[in-house]
Design a protein around this ligand. Structure first.
Ligand code: HEM
Length: 173
């Protein structure tokens, strides 16, 4: 009720800010289907479940959370949340994320139709972050013709060149 009274008169979802219309295809709650695939030269391939929530509150940005779980034990694994901004009247996108591993990153790129490609501009981490450290991250999001959202994440670490770490498709729930 307090939040509602701070928002607009009614308690309905606020109107989409026109600035983020080019990213409106990302909005919603999404669940991995099938489980995501994780990989990297230094590790055994693994699978994971992920719940994604992408929303807005009428501001010219999206709010997101990505929460991964172990496919068998359902224990929480990687988690991150942040914001996706669009430079008004352009297709330039900024992606700002804080991860539970102690990593904070800014990625920038472009949205073209129902595809968003971004690459890290800056990565910061806590002083006691696990090694090897991430040096660069790239991501691609795409809405497929079957209505599923797809995310691919690649990274370069202090020991490996840019290589794919994650690939996952989500269905809207
Ligand atoms: C390992 C980064 C997302 C699961 C790692 C490593 C790094 C990393 C640097 C260590 C690589 C090495 O030892 O050579 C990231 C980044 C992510 C991300 C930057 C997001 C942008 C995820 C997600 C999952 C995941 C969503 C899903 C569960 C794992 C697992 C390992 C791993 C299981 C191996 C075990 C471990 O080191 O904890 N990741 N990761 N990661 N990641 Fe990710």
């Amino acid at each position: 009720p307090y939040l509602n009274s701070l928002q607009s008169q009614d308690c309905e979802t606020p109107q989409l800010n026109p600035v983020i219309e080019p990213l409106s295809w990302m909005l919603g709650t999404w669940l991995s289907d099938p489980p995501g695939d994780g990989d990297f030269p230094t590790m055994k391939p693994f699978q994971y479940l992920e719940e994604v929530h992408i929303s807005h509150v009428g501001q010219p940005m999206l709010n997101f959370s990505f929460n991964a779980f172990h496919p068998d034990t359902k224990k929480p694994m990687h988690r991150e949340c942040g914001f996706i901004r669009l430079k008004p009247d352009t297709n330039k996108v900024a992606f700002i994320s804080a991860q539970n591993t102690g990593l904070v990153e800014v990625e920038e790129g472009e949205v073209n139709g129902q595809e968003l490609c971004i690459a890290s501009h800056s990565v910061a981490r806590i002083s006691f972050a696990k090694k090897p450290h991430v040096e660069q991250i790239t991501r691609k999001f795409r809405l497929n013709s079957d209505g599923k959202l797809e995310q691919t994440v690649s990274m370069a670490t202090t020991t490996q060149p840019m290589t794919q770490h994650l690939h996952i498709t989500y269905k809207k729930v």
